[in-house]
Ligand binder design. Structure first.
Ligand code: URA
Length: 240
């Protein structure tokens, strides 16, 4: 981990603004390796130095992993001049860690979104070669039956001539509106919507439930988020 200014580190961790941290340092509240410091520009090695704030140890993690229950109406981007982004829903001290959404859900799609600053892990999760299944709940127009499930299991030819990888369709109920679970391992543009269009149906509601073994925390309401726990981070990192 590279060296970092102590005021930046504490501010990134949500202890206050850079100005507030400066004042805390003046008030002798910050120590490095048991020595109280007076310089906000003091640089530390976060993985080696013992940092304390108000006598409590600060453990700095280089990477941050956030699970969000993405609501409808926000886009998966870090910044947009006219639209609200998922990163806009996060507080400043998380945004300042240069986080980005790992993958995209459409503006009208809800559900599990991972937001992180770990580029390597994000790359792994998104690579079709890694075969990480993403499971969605969908409501679609028209009667869906096992023949459709078997078409999906062979891969579907999309409007641009691309044949998707095999996908798993589990039918919950069939009718004028059918309810299904669908698992795919790629992330082509509007993939699920286009897969259903290819069988003359239409997605009217879409929510992502899981990414590999990582499941959406059902306690998170739309727009809510939390950091992943150690167990969940391990699950993601176990993807080979
Ligand atoms: N497929 C879609 O069509 N939209 C999404 O948001 C995700 C997968």
């Amino acid at each position: 981990m590279s060296k970092m200014r102590i005021d930046k580190l504490l501010s990134n961790m949500g202890y206050g603004s850079r100005k507030e941290i400066k004042n805390f340092i003046k008030e002798c509240l910050v120590a490095i390796n048991d020595v109280i410091i007076d310089d906000p520009g003091f640089t530390v090695q976060p993985d080696k130095d013992v940092i304390t704030f108000r006598n409590e140890k600060v453990s700095y993690k280089e990477y941050i992993y956030i699970m969000m229950n993405k609501p409808k109406g926000v886009i998966c981007a870090t910044y947009d001049p006219s639209e609200r982004t998922v990163v806009d829903l996060l507080p400043h001290h998380i945004k300042s860690r240069k986080v980005f959404p790992a993958g995209r859900l459409d503006k009208d799609t809800e559900g599990l979104l991972l937001i992180t600053n770990d580029g390597e892990l994000s790359h792994k999760l998104l690579s079709p070669k890694k075969h990480v299944f993403k499971k969605y709940y969908a409501e679609v127009l028209g009667f869906i039956d096992e023949d459709d499930a078997s078409l999906f299991s062979e891969g579907i030819l999309l409007d641009d001539g691309y044949k998707t990888m095999p996908a798993t369709l589990e039918i919950i109920s069939s009718g004028n509106i059918s309810k299904v679970y669908i698992s795919i391992r790629e992330g082509k543009y509007h993939q699920i919507k286009r897969m259903f269009e290819a069988i003359d149906s239409k997605v009217i509601y879409l929510k992502r439930l899981s990414i590999g073994k990582l499941k959406l925390d059902e306690n998170l309401k739309e727009g809510e988020w939390r950091e992943l726990n150690e167990e969940e981070i391990k699950l993601l990192k176990s993807i080979e």
